[in-house]
Design a protein around this ligand. Structure first.
Ligand SMILES: [Fe+2]
Ligand SMILES: [Fe+2]
Length: 494
């Protein structure tokens, strides 16, 4: 209930009223989320069970209870969908990660039947709710006027206290729109995983055990997303301006590693183990003072000594988990090995010869790439993605597994997302998405033209042909160093 913009000049009663209205808003929000969730479960249940089934009957009672409860506070309920969000009586509902699926499902249902809002009035009956849920669950939208036929069915079923309103604009179900949506989903998952990573690191700090089911779930989501459309998530790893570097770094390494693992044809199970190990590769760093990790000056020999302890500290933290499953075993191996190079130089120093684990070889490539492009540890200033790759190629065989590195570069493209390029049109662009079939012709956001800065960013696909000449419209001349331009790459990717 704390709000930073409460003014002190208000009378005590004014403040009390304000607190009350805040409280009722919070209540409404909570109930709104519940309503969305219960509607989702009801529709799902109705798709499987008949009306006489116990599961359905129980669920419809849940829904009715909730709806009746809402009316104690409000006259009617309007559930609205606007620009990919749900609103309850004009208040935007935000969803936790677990509940996110329910909101997505409901939005999809609204879209499918072409209605924008659903109004439930306080006289609604159990039968009406039931009928409506079954209508949504079992009708396949058909014909030109999907909304019209739904409305007709509502009238036929004599549902009087539930009304739907047609979407005012055109429903945009073209590709662009769904890819926009996918981008949003990818972003949400990315940030959710960052927060899961953050939580886990926090608990590692205080010595509590690391919550494995939660992290496994987060990774599962990442993997599903990567399989579905990896470029969206992959492009998010180009965002480097996080306050809390370690979390974002761990998530980036996770995404890049799983991406690489996917290309190697690893099974879903293996990918989960790999992702888990990647997420925890630097977990030992929580035991190293932040003053050292965030030191702006050069590190002293002593600092280095401390930093080089993090692989072993990581193993210790992972060991403190009570149950040792395949996930934690893999993570331990990687935590221990990830700063060892192919030739076994690096740290910790080994007194024996061994082959590095496959997960380690994958993760160390992702790790070095993300570190170098972020400007931490390896170099104080961030290197451009393509420069980083060039440096890494020089180290192939010595530091990195050359075959894996090749696959990695293929995955990112010769011009990875976030590279700043000069085009033959004398325009400057930021690489947004690789074209898998033509690595040298990615999709680019033009941020400056011949005259200099542009107010509006224009997206272009470099595979586009100029109809007049028959040649390509634009071609990359070279990559350029973005630093003098003080570009905030994240701005274009968000
Ligand atoms: Fe590390
Ligand atoms: Fe790392």
């Amino acid at each position: 209930l704390v709000s930073s913009d409460v003014t002190v000049t208000k009378s005590p009663t004014g403040l009390a009223e304000e607190a009350l209205s805040k409280a009722s808003q919070l209540y409404l929000l909570e109930q709104g989320r519940n309503l969305v969730y219960q509607l989702y479960v009801s529709i799902k249940t109705a798709q499987i069970y008949d009306r006489t089934n116990v599961t359905h009957i129980k669920q419809s009672e849940n829904l009715l209870d909730l709806v009746k409860n809402l009316f104690e506070k409000d006259e009617g309920i309007i559930l609205n969908s606007k620009e990919g969000y749900l609103f309850l009586n004009e208040i935007r509902l935000q969803f936790s990660f677990e509940r996110y699926v329910s909101s997505k499902f409901l939005l999809e249902t609204f879209r499918k039947f072409q209605f924008e809002s659903l109004t439930i009035s306080s006289q609604v009956t159990k039968d009406e709710l039931d009928d409506f849920v079954f209508l949504l669950a079992r009708t396949h939208p058909e014909g030109e006027d999907v909304f019209g036929s739904l409305e007709e069915k509502i009238v036929d079923s004599d549902i009087q206290h539930l009304t739907v309103e047609k979407f005012a604009g055109e429903w945009n179900i073209r590709d662009e729109d769904s890819s926009e949506n996918e981008k949003k989903v990818a972003k949400k998952r990315f940030f959710k995983t960052v927060s899961v990573a953050q939580e886990m690191v926090e608990s590692a700090k205080t010595g509590r055990s690391i919550n494995t089911p939660k992290s496994k779930r987060a990774i599962q989501f990442l993997i599903d997303q990567l399989i579905h459309d990896e470029t969206n998530l992959m492009s998010l790893t180009a965002i480097k301006n996080f306050d809390e570097y370690t979390f974002a770094h761990s998530v980036n390494v996770c995404i890049l590693s799983v991406g690489l693992g996917t290309r190697l044809g690893l099974s879903k199970n293996k990918l989960s183990e790999l992702g888990y190990a990647a997420l925890f590769h630097d977990v030992g760093k929580v035991k190293i003072p932040l003053e050292i990790l965030n030191k702006p000056e050069e590190l002293t020999a002593e600092d280095w000594e401390k930093i080089q302890m993090h692989p072993i500290l990581g193993v210790k933290i992972l060991l403190s988990k009570r149950a040792l499953d395949k996930f934690s075993l893999g993570a331990m191996v990687v935590a221990f090995e990830h700063h060892l190079k192919m030739d076994l130089s690096g740290y910790p120093q080994l007194s024996f010869k061994k082959d590095l684990n496959l997960y380690t070889r994958i993760i160390s490539i992702a790790d070095v790439y993300d570190s170098m492009t972020s400007g931490r540890v390896y170099a104080k200033t961030p290197l451009a993605p393509d420069v980083t790759l060039k440096r890494m190629i020089e180290e192939a065989g010595k530091s990195f597994d050359p075959v894996l590195l090749k696959v990695f570069i293929n995955m990112l493209g010769i011009y990875p997302v976030g590279s700043v390029v000069l085009l033959d049109s004398r325009e400057v662009g930021v690489v947004m998405k690789p074209n898998p079939d033509e690595l040298s012709r990615p999709q680019v956001a033009i941020i400056a033209d011949k005259e200099g800065k542009k107010d509006k960013v224009e997206m272009v696909d470099l595979t586009r042909i100029d109809e007049k000449t028959g040649g390509y419209k634009r071609t990359i001349l070279k990559t350029i160093d973005p630093r003098p331009y003080k570009l905030d790459i994240a701005r274009y990717i968000y």
